[in-house]
Design a protein around this ligand. Sequence first.
Ligand SMILES: Nc1ncnc2c1ncn2[C@@H]1O[C@H](COP(=O)(O)OP(=O)(O)OP(=O)(O)O)[C@@H](O)[C@H]1O
Ligand SMILES: [Mg+2]
Length: 272
Amino acid sequence: MNQIEARDLTLGYGTKEVIRGVDLTIEKGEFISIIGPSGVGKSTLLMSLNATTDILGGSLRVLGEEVGHLGPASLKRLRTKVGVIFQCCNLVPRLPVLDNIASGMLQRKSVLSSLFRYYSKAEHEEIYDYMKVVGMESEALSRCDRLSGGQKQRVAIARAIAQTPEIILADEPISSLDPVSARRVMETLRNANREYGMTVVSNLHQLSYARDYCNRIIGINDGQIIFDDAPEKLTDAIVRDIYGVEDPEADMSQDCSPVLLPQPEVEVMATA
Ligand SMILES: Nc1ncnc2c1ncn2[C@@H]1O[C@H](COP(=O)(O)OP(=O)(O)OP(=O)(O)O)[C@@H](O)[C@H]1O
Ligand SMILES: [Mg+2]
């Protein structure tokens, strides 16, 4: 079943077109990464699937709804079915892991019980299951501002799963993480995909993770989808076309090296 169907879709801001006239179909249960150089429109495309980017032309259907024509109530309903994970997690820092994950269930709980952070035994068990999926059950009562970046990201994924969405969108979920934490986060997304059958679409800068974890890669450049296929079809020549460089990951690590700035000239005051 197609969950996402874009036809001749143009996205952008005001009159500025960022993604131009693309066709895209995503089926239930896929695990997709969107790759491409910085500023090329990955986040713009990803967030259009949650109806937060302006559609400048064409059509976009998400879970059977024409995104450009939704009123506030239908928009809200659609967004409950599309969970979003941001790079900087957006957790409530002073609340424990358990409550942060529970907040994903808010739309399924009564206002009163969520206000007083009261959870039934069944809800506790459900939250515990989500914690186990992301490997955070031993930190249930730890405040989120005391967790590492990778742990926070895993809590954010558990919160998105707790929302029981049909689609999870993750915008650069591992960009600030060390390789071990990054792998755990990608494995967690894979669990959401495999155990709960949720479709996962993630923007990734790290090509090797896209190759290892996803079953489909979409490469963007110059407002167009220039690659859309299985990871094993992504040849070095295509990577060069997408990024304009031989080895984007080596290039990115060079970007992180310290830049030597010219020393300011010291002004010598003339003394009388
Ligand atoms: N809110 C906005 N208003 C106007 N222009 C925007 C806005 N957000 C993004 N843009 C522009 O749209 C283009 C695509 O941005 P986008 O964030 O989608 O790129 P990206 O591929 O996700 O980049 P990165 O890899 O750096 O995250 C850029 O030129 C950016 O400046
Ligand atoms: Mg982005």
